[in-house]
Design a protein around this ligand. Structure first.
Ligand SMILES: Cc1cc2nc3c(=O)[nH]c(=O)nc-3n(C[C@H](O)[C@H](O)[C@H](O)COP(=O)(O)OP(=O)(O)OC[C@H]3O[C@@H](n4cnc5c(N)ncnc54)[C@H](O)[C@@H]3O)c2cc1C
Length: 399
């Protein structure tokens, strides 16, 4: 029996993982519109390259929305599996803060990418660079453009791994939505995830405080809270305590309700404990702020969103230290976001990531409408969906 042929369109994290699994048994071709593989993978390496996260089992699955959709894939190929796969490639890893998994010191993202590429070459994967997927033909086969020639791809199975729409300079620009709409596959517009938020600061405030960190605070939206650090920027707020609340902010903005961040500058103390500290000290109101050791930026924020009477009234001031309401006007643009939601609607996809209406086409990675926080969970989601889809294809093709 002749070897089956698999066409993978998109040479990012998800496409590369699928190529590894499938090229052990099939002839695999990767069609990538750029001149190189994994450009977003390389960008991901700027300022901390989290290849996965040591969270496992339920803890890992709970990071994903919708959890139920991704759980089988995450269980089939979890973070340990990713680490073992990397070790097999010659990339030892270590677990850093918050369970983030990094390549061992001195190993650069380009080295990780090169090792994956070398493995795929060894396994006979054929790369077709500058081949841009344009549309589907009348028989639902993908058509790509190379230079000025349009080519219809023939394969036993097609995998799309075209990515989301953040950082379009890396190649993942989301321009493919229309091609799937043409197939009558429902798609959702891309929206920013893991991004900063816009706040309408007065000019004077941003001139003084942009660039200042707010450390050890808790940020809440509704009943979701996260402790960490926030950076005041020209446009609003950024940082590791902002990204995790973005899904709740997005939900509020999409439903037309006000999106409010609650900042707690003293998460280790209750209101009662803070008031107790002041009792018997006979402080003048002008000294409250120094007593609570608020930074200039924290104090300016409280002053910005409350009246003068508030910060001269002890009880009211403590309430604001614990629950300062900061209104968000919008999310930062997709171009700056670390990831996106939107893309292929999950209701169009079988549990094995093939399209319900076109079972010879699978869709994996960030082009599907799922969400996860930073910290290695995004790449893990891409690897897991790719592995799971590839295994299902092997079964379907009786390999
Ligand atoms: C700044 C930044 C930092 C990040 N840091 C981390 C991190 O530390 N840890 C983590 O887990 N995640 C991180 N991520 C997210 C992670 O990089 C992505 O989730 C992941 O790369 C998505 O993989 P993918 O294969 O789905 O898509 P991509 O990696 O985006 O790959 C899609 C590929 O498809 C190609 N393509 C697109 N359209 C076409 C077309 N029409 N025809 C042919 N080819 C096409 C693109 O050129 C691209 O090569 C980061 C992202 C950014 C932007």
């Amino acid at each position: 029996m002749s070897r089956k042929t698999i066409a993978i369109i998109g040479g990012g994290a998800a496409g590369l993982m699928a190529a590894d699994i499938l090229s052990q048994h099939c002839e695999v071709h990767i069609y990538e519109k750029g001149k190189a593989l994994g450009r977003k993978f390389l960008v991901a390496g700027n300022g901390g390259f989290n290849l996965t996260n040591s969270a496992d089992g339920e803890e890992l699955c709970n990071k994903y929305t919708p959890k139920e959709f991704l759980q089988p894939a995450l269980e089939a190929f979890n973070s340990d599996a990713t680490r073992n796969w990397l070790t097999g490639l010659g990339i030892p890893t270590f677990v850093g803060s918050s369970g983030r998994v990094f390549p061992e010191k001195g190993i650069k993202p380009i080295t990780v990418l090169q090792k994956i590429k070398d493995l795929l070459l060894q396994q006979g994967v054929q790369f077709h660079f500058q081949h841009e997927f344009l549309r589907f033909d009348a028989e639902h086969k993908p058509v790509v453009k190379f230079q000025s020639t349009e080519i219809t791809i023939e394969a036993d199975h097609y995998i799309f791994a075209l990515g989301g729409a953040s950082w379009p300079v890396t190649g993942s620009d989301g321009n493919w939505l229309e091609a799937f709409t043409f197939l009558d596959v429902k798609t959702l517009p891309f929206q920013s995830s893991n991004c900063g938020v816009n706040v309408n600061w007065p000019t004077e405030f941003k001139e003084i405080f942009a660039g200042q960190p707010l450390k050890n605070l808790q940020v809440s939206v509704g009943n979701f809270s996260i402790k960490g650090e926030v950076l005041i920027t020209e446009y609003g707020l950024e940082g590791n305590a902002i990204y995790p609340v973005v899904p709740k902010v997005r939900e509020a903005l999409n439903s037309g309700t006000e999106a409010i961040l609650m900042l707690d500058f003293k998460p280790q103390n209750t209101v009662g404990q803070l008031l107790e500290k002041v009792q018997g000290k006979n402080l003048l109101p002008k000294n409250y702020e120094h007593f609570f050791k608020l930074s200039k930026a924290q104090l300016a924020l409280i002053k910005l969103f409350t009246s003068k009477e508030t910060y001269l009234d002890l009880e009211k001031l403590v309430q604001q230290i614990k629950k300062l309401e900061v209104p968000v006007s919008s999310l930062r643009p997709i171009e700056e976001a670390i990831s996106t939601v939107g893309g292929i609607a999950l209701e169009e996809v079988n549990p094995d990531f093939s399209l319900k209406r076109f079972p010879k086409i699978s869709v994996i990675g960030e082009m599907l409408d799922w969400d996860a926080p930073t910290g290695g969970f995004l790449l893990q989601g891409c690897f897991s969906t790719a592995y799971f889809a590839a295994q299902a294809i092997l079964r379907k093709l009786n390999i």
